[in-house]
Structures are given as C-alpha cells and as structure tokens.
Design a binder for this molecule. Structure first.
Ligand code: LLP
Length: 410
C-alpha cells in the first residue's frame, strides 16, 4: 500500500492532489503523509510485539521535523538523538526525556551536561573517556547517568561505504575485544549506571545476515560481561533496516527481522532498544519539484528541475536512486538525465533514466525522501531550505516554512 497514488490522473498525497500543494506552497517542497508515518510506526511495533520487552526510539536524524516527531511520539516512539539540537526538537515535540537515547561519537561537554539536566534516559558511550567525563558531570549534579557502551562488532553491513558503521575501521563504538575490561573500569565510576551495550552496523541494510552476525557477537559479549559480575539489563540493537527505493528492490520484511531478533536474543533476558529511522519515515515522503527546462544534451536531454542536491543530497553522496514520477503524466516516456540548478556537475539525480515525459513547467516528484531528505538539506548556492508539508487525509499544513535567510531574499 502506498500513500502517494494517482487519482483521476493526478498524483496525490493521501487525499490531496500534489498540484494543489504546489499551487499553495510552491516548489521544491517536501511532502509527508501522516497516514504513511503512522502505518510504518504501527507495523514496526506490531512486528516487534513477538519480543518480550522492547522500546523504540526513532532516529531523529532521519527526519527531525517537529510535526513528524510529534506524530511519532503519539505512536509511543521515543527518540534517538545525536546532538543538542535534536534533543531540543525531540523534547519540544513532546517526547519524554526518559524515552530519549543520546547516541553520537562526538558529544560535547555542553551537550552531555544539557542532556543530564534534561534527564535523558540513556547515554550511548562511544569511548572510555566519554564515560569518565559523563560520570563527573553527573556526580557534580548529584545524579547518575544511565549509560550503555557502544560496541563495534567488526561486521560489514554490506551497504554503501559512507553509511557503514560496524567495521573495525569505522569511527563508531569500541572494539569488541576491548569492551569487557573497559566495562569493568567504567562500571566502577560513581555517577554512572552502566546497564548494557549498544551497536549499530549501518544503514539501508538489505540483508539480515550481517545484522544477525553482529547481534550474535553482542550476545556472546553479554554472557562474558555477566560472567564478570555485571548486571546487564539492556541491549540497544540500533537501526539500519533498508527500504525499497526501486519498485523491484527486495528488503527484509519487518516480520523476518523480528523473528531473527527473537531467535538470537531468546536467552538474553534484557530490555531491547530499537533505533529505526529510514524504515519509519523513508517511504512517507516525496520531494516535489517543477521542471525549469528540458535542455538538449550531447546524448540525451537534461531535465533541469527546481530541486537540487541541497534539497536531496543522497544521489550525489551515495549514488542513491530515487524514483522520479510526473504528477500529471501524459502517458509518453522519455530517456533523460535529471539535474538540479546547482553549479556542480554532481548535482544530478539520474542519468539516462527512462521517465515520464515532462515539459517545462511540469510537476514531478522524487519518491522515498521522507528519511534523510529535508534532514540533510543545505543552503548551498544561497538557496533557501525548502518548505515541508504534512498531509493528513484530505488536509495539509505547512510544517516547516521555506527558510530564507534575509540576505538571500530576492
Ligand atoms: N542509530 C544510529 C546510532 C545511527 O547512526 C543511525 C543512522 C540510526 C540509528 C538510524 O538508522 P536507519 O534505521 O535510518 O538506517 N544519510 C544516510 C544515512 C545515515 C545513517 C546514519 N545513522 C542516507 O541518506 O542514506
């Protein structure tokens, strides 16, 4: 089921024709479907319901829009954050501090202190020294910080190198071989309540096998830590599940994922934390754009659209594929390159792509931009940050205005 379907020949978000949004708000614009978000959240929770004790913290980095976070808070999701800014977004959206996990390889002292003051529920430690600094900051406040140690399991998630996090050469986590002794030392610190371990091996994973291998390694570590006298009550299994960007992409189902987790963790007797991002928000958004020109090219035309790599950085960063569809196609096809207006040859969304025929002034969308779309936008070339719209049924509202620093104004 998709929430971006055609009605009377016009692509809609739920019950709203996208052309109506373009008319009211302009382009480029990020459009989210509330029903798609709720549905994805519900399906994630339902799949995990075969597991005894779970908590889900949405990875805010995937989509930090306040309205999106508020909606997910209503689906009983907490938040996985990586900065003070994300913390304030999550708290402001109504997510309880106790339901927030603070991940991130470079939390500043200020961010740690603010998170302690806010009462954040879990700190994911990335190195021993961070644990010592956090313990001292907590002690100075007469508090104990609840923390887990993020471990690098040295497993290749089989995803794009730039979004792989669980190999030994990546910057994340502590080497699994060093973890037991480090855990011994950290658990002795006043001010720290070390309750378990965490891992996250990468994003847009399309195969469960590496995840399973990583979880098995963490299972062995839990046994080892318990044998050393540690009361392990929590394991954070991270996020990473992939979504189908192409119509024929095959990704693991949520049920298959949950069954794998149930199998690997059956004897762990811990609370399991999940940090999904893309699998919740990815398919719930599109980036709508208008064709500025169809420019003749050497081998094929360039469809120059008004969205650019500053609105959607995934293609230039990870060679990512986003389906392109005209809002009101005429049934003809064309083969074209699709590019944005930014002055870089890399500002290209697709090369030699078979697409709906479009002409100057036509509207089109890039699909599956609800995660890591607007979240990664920049104002490169002095372009404004594009607005964001949330559709719910036959209503829509602007949930982030076009952000135009004064000096960029025309
Ligand atoms: N937890 C941690 C510690 C993470 O680093 C991430 C993502 C997640 C959870 C959520 O992962 P997800 O379920 O969304 O795969 N900008 C890239 C993705 C970067 C992901 C970074 N970490 C992209 O557009 O593909």
């Amino acid at each position: 089921m998709t929430y971006f379907d055609r009605r009377d020949g016009v692509l809609c978000a739920e019950g709203v024709p996208l052309s109506a949004i373009a008319e009211a708000v302009g382009t480029p614009v990020h459009v989210y479907s509330a029903a798609a978000l709720r549905d994805a959240a519900r399906r994630f929770t339902a799949a995990l319901s075969i597991l005894p004790r779970t908590r889900t913290a949405f990875a805010v980095k995937a989509n930090p829009n306040s309205a999106v976070l508020h909606l997910l808070a209503g689906c009983c999701f907490g938040a996985d954050i990586v900065s003070g800014g994300e913390m304030r977004r999550a708290l402001g959206a109504g997510i309880a501090a106790s339901d927030i996990v603070f991940s991130g390889v470079g939390k500043t002292d200020r961010e740690l202190a603010d998170a302690l003051d806010a009462g954040i529920g879990q700190f994911n430690l990335e190195l021993e020294e961070e644990g010592r600094v956090l313990a001292a900051l907590a002690q100075a406040r007469g508090k104990r910080a609840v923390a887990v140690l993020r471990v690098n399991p040295d497993v290749d998630g089989g995803t794009h190198a730039k979004i792989s996090t669980g190999r030994r050469e990546n910057k994340f986590g502590v080497a699994i071989a060093d973890a037991p002794a480090m855990y011994d030392r950290l658990s002795r610190l006043d001010g720290l309540d070390l309750v378990g371990v965490a891992l996250h091996i990468g994003s847009q994973l399309h195969d469960l096998a590496p995840l399973e291998a990583a979880y098995e390694r963490i299972g062995s570590l839990v046994i080892d830590l318990r044998a050393r006298g540690h009361g392990i009550t929590r394991v954070d299994l991270g996020g990473g599940l992939g979504i189908p960007y192409r119509v024929d992409d095959v990704v693991p189902t949520l049920d298959a994922y949950a069954a794998m987790v149930a199998k690997v963790t059956r004897d762990w007797d811990v609370d399991l934390i999940f940090e999904p991002g893309r699998v919740v928000a990815g398919l719930a958004g599109v980036l709508m754009t208008r064709v500025i020109w169809v420019k003749p090219g050497a081998d094929r035309p360039f469809v120059i659209v008004d969205a650019a790599m500053n609105d959607l950085a995934r293609p230039v960063l990870y060679d990512a594929f986003h389906r392109f569809e005209a809002v009101a196609p005429d049934g003809e096809r064309m083969v074209a390159n699709i590019a944005g207006p930014i002055c870089e040859s890399g500002d290209v969304f697709a090369l030699a792509r078979d697409i709906d025929r479009v002409r100057r002034g036509d509207l089109a969308v890039f699909h599956a931009t609800g995660a890591y779309g607007a979240a990664m936008a920049s104002s490169y070339n002095c372009r404004p940050l594009s607005p964001q719209v949330l559709v719910d049924g036959d209503q829509f509202e602007i949930v982030a205005d076009r952000f135009l620093p004064e000096e960029f104004a025309a």
